[in-house]
Design a binder for this molecule. Structure first.
Ligand code: NAP
Length: 480
C-alpha cells in the first residue's frame, strides 16, 4: 500500500530501523477490518535511540541558516502536493475518512510546511533603550531544543505537520509519537522529509503500542524541553503532570465541544451549508466539529428541514470509493460511543429526524444523524460526540444561546450565523472559545492561531504564534 514496505519500521536518525525488541502491532482498515500493515512497535531502547539522534542533530540544525531551513520546508510542501494521492490513500486506509477529506487533509498539512518556510526567516527580535537610560534591552528568540510531539488519529497527517513544520522552522529537532490506530500517515512523511533535505535525526518517528511509558521516558530525558500534544483532555492532563517534573513547556490542543449558533436573522441556506462542513468534515471526528446546535425559535423549522434534507442525501461507503461522502468511523469504541449518546438523548425525549441506527459491519459506519428538540441535560450536548450526529436545541433568546454555548468546560471553537455582522462580532466577544467562525463552517488555517481556552488547551498552533511555541525568549542587557 505505501511506496516502500520499510515504511512500517521506526524512523530514527534519518534511517528505517527495526525496534530493539522485535515486535509489531497491526494497523487495520476500519471500513473492512482487513489488515493494512504490521508496524514496528517502539519501546524504551528505541525511545532512547531516537532522543540520542535528536540531541545529536540539534546543534547543526539550530545553526543552519533560516533561509536554508526555509528551503527544505518549502521542498517538503512541494513533495507533499506532488504525492497528494498516495498520501491521501494512506490516510483513508488507516482512518476510514473519504478520499475527499483525506486530500483536503494532505493539502492542509502541506500548507503548514509552506507557511513555516515563510516564517522561518521572520524570527524577529527587538532592541530598545532601558527606560532609566544607560543600556539597551536586546530581545531575541532561540530554538527551545529537542521537542516531543504526540499526535491523534483523527488527522493523522495534519496534526503531525502542524507541529513538525514550526518546530523545524524554529531550529528544533523532534521526537514524534503518532497514534497507534493511524501511524502510517506520519511514517509516509518520513521519506519526503529525507528527500527534501531534513538531516538525519532532526525528525524521528517512533510508533508504539505502549505510548504511556514511551512518552514518559522522553518527558524525563533532560535533553527534552517541550512536549506538544494533540488529543483528549484526559491524556493531556496526564502529560501536564508528567511534564511538571522537568518543568517542560506544554502546548496542548485538547478536546472540544463546539456550539453552532443560528440566530433568527441568519441566512438559512448559508447556515445549512456551514453546518454541513462544521458537522460532517471528517464525519464529525474533529475537535472543532459542531457538537451541538442552538437554533433560534424563529428559524428552527426552516433550518432543521433544509439541514435534514442535506444530511439524508449523503452517500455512505468505503472511503476509497470516490462516490463516498461518509466513511467508516475509526473503530468500534468510537462508533459505539456515538450510538450510546444518541440512545441517551432519545431516552430523554429527543426525536430522531434522520439516521440514528448503527449500520451492521464489516466496518464501523454510522449514518448521518439529526436529533431534534434535544433536552439540554442530554449527554450528547455535554460530551464530545466524534461522529456524524447533530443534536439540535430550540432556543428562545440570544442571551440564552450564549449562556448555553458557554456552559461547558471546553473552549475550542464556536460557530455563529447571523446577517447582522455588528451583532455577530459583539456575540463573538462573549463566546468563551479560542476560535469563533462567524458565518463560516471552517476555522482551520495555517496562517491563523489555532487553539482553545479553558480545558481545550494551552498555546496556539499555526500563524506566527505557532513558531513562538518552539522558541525561548533571550534578553541581553547591553552596554555599548
Ligand atoms: P488520545 O487518546 O488522547 O491520544 C492522542 C495521542 O496520545 C495518541 O498518540 C496516543 O497514543 C497518545 N497517548 C494516549 N495515552 C497516552 C499516555 N498515557 N501518555 C502519552 N501518550 C498517550 O486522543 P485520540 O483519541 O487519538 O484523539 C481524539 C481526541 O483528540 C479528541 O478529544 C479530540 O478533540 C482531540 N483533538 C484535539 C485537537 C485540537 O487541535 N484541539 C485536534 C485533533 C484532535 P495511542 O494511540 O498509542 O494510544
Amino acid at each position: 500500500m505505501t511506496s516502500s514496505p520499510l515504511a512500517a519500521d521506526l524512523y530514527i536518525a534519518g534511517r528505517w530501523s527495526q525496534p530493539a525488541h522485535p515486535r509489531s502491532f497491526p494497523v487495520s482498515d476500519p471500513a473492512t477490518g482487513e489488515l493494512v500493515a504490521h508496524v514496528a512497535d517502539g519501546d524504551l531502547p528505541d525511545a532512547r535511540a531516537a532522543a540520542d539522534a535528536a540531541a545529536a542533530a540539534l546543534p547543526a540544525w539550530s545553526a543552519t541558516p533560516p533561509r536554508t531551513r526555509a528551503e527544505v520546508l518549502r521542498k517538503v510542501h512541494a513533495l507533499m502536493i506532488e504525492r497528494l494521492e498516495p498520501l491521501a490513500r494512506i490516510i483513508t486506509l488507516e482512518n476510514g475518512k473519504p478520499l475527499t477529506d483525506s486530500r483536503a487533509e494532505v493539502r492542509y498539512a502541506a500548507e503548514f510546511f509552506r507557511w513555516y518556510s515563510e516564517e522561518a526567516c521572520r524570527n524577529l527580535g527587538s532592541v530598545s533603550h532601558a527606560p532609566g537610560g544607560g543600556y539597551r534591552i536586546l530581545v531575541q528568540h532561540q530554538p527551545i531544543g529537542v521537542v516531543v510531539l504526540v499526535t491523534p488519529w483523527n488527522f493523522p497527517c495534519a496534526m503531525g505537520a502542524r507541529k513538525i513544520a514550526p518546530a523545524l522552522a524554529a531550529g528544533c529537532t523532534v521526537l514524534v509519537k503518532p497514534a497507534s490506530l493511524t501511524p502510517l500517515s506520519m511514517l509516509a512523511l518520513a521519506d519526503i522529509l529525507t528527500e527534501a533535505g531534513v538531516p538525519g535525526g532532526a525528525v524521528n518517528i517512533v510508533p508504539s503500542s505502549r505510548s504511556g511509558p514511551l512518552v514518559d521516558h522522553w518527558l524525563h530525558d533532560p535533553r527534552v524541553r517541550l512536549v506538544s500534544f494533540t488529543g483528549s483532555t484526559e491524556v493531556g492532563r496526564v502529560l501536564l503532570k508528567s511534564a511538571a517534573d522537568q518543568v517542560l513547556k506544554t502546548p496542548m490542543e485538547l478536546g472540544g465541544n463546539a456550539p453552532f449558533l443560528v440566530l433568527d436573522d441568519a441566512d438559512v441556506d448559508a447556515a445549512v451549508e456551514g453546518a454541513m462542513v462544521a458537522k460532517m468534515r471528517n464525519m464529525g471526528e474533529a475537535c472543532t466539529a459542531a457538537n451541538r446546535f442552538y437554533v433560534g425559535a424563529g428559524i428552527y423549522d426552516a433550518f432543521v428541514r433544509a439541514f435534514v434534507e442535506r444530511m439524508r442525501a449523503l452517500t455512505i461507503g468505503h472511503g476509497l470509493d470516490e462516490a463516498s461522502q461518509v466513511g467508516s468511523l475509526v473503530d468500534a469504541a468510537t462508533r459505539d460511543k456515538v450510538d450510546e449518546l444518541v440512545r441517551d438523548a432519545v431516552a430523554r425525549g429527543a426525536c430522531i429526524l434522520c439516521g440514528g441506527e448503527k449500520i451492521p459491519g464489516p466496518g464501523y459506519f454510522y449514518p448521518p444523524t439529526v436529533l431534534g428538540e434535544v433536552p439540554v441535560d442530554s449527554r450528547v450536548l455535554r460530551e464530545e460526540i466524534f461522529g456524524p450526529v447533530a443534536p439540535i436545541v430550540r432556543v428562545a433568546s440570544e442571551d440564552e444561546m450564549v449562556a448555553l454555548a458557554n456552559g461547558t468546560e471546553y473552549g475550542l471553537a464556536a460557530y455563529l450565523y447571523t446577517r447582522d455582522l455588528a451583532k455577530g462580532l459583539k456575540l463573538a466577544e462573549r463566546l468563551e472559545f479560542g476560535m469563533v467562525a462567524l458565518n463560516r463552517g471552517l476555522v482551520s488555517d495555517p496562517a491563523a492561531p489555532f487553539g482553545g481556552v479553558k480545558q481545550s488547551g494551552l498555546g496556539r498552533e499555526g500563524s506566527r504564534e505557532g513558531m513562538q511555541e518552539y522558541m525561548e525568549t533571550k534578553y541581553v542587557a547591553v552596554e555599548w
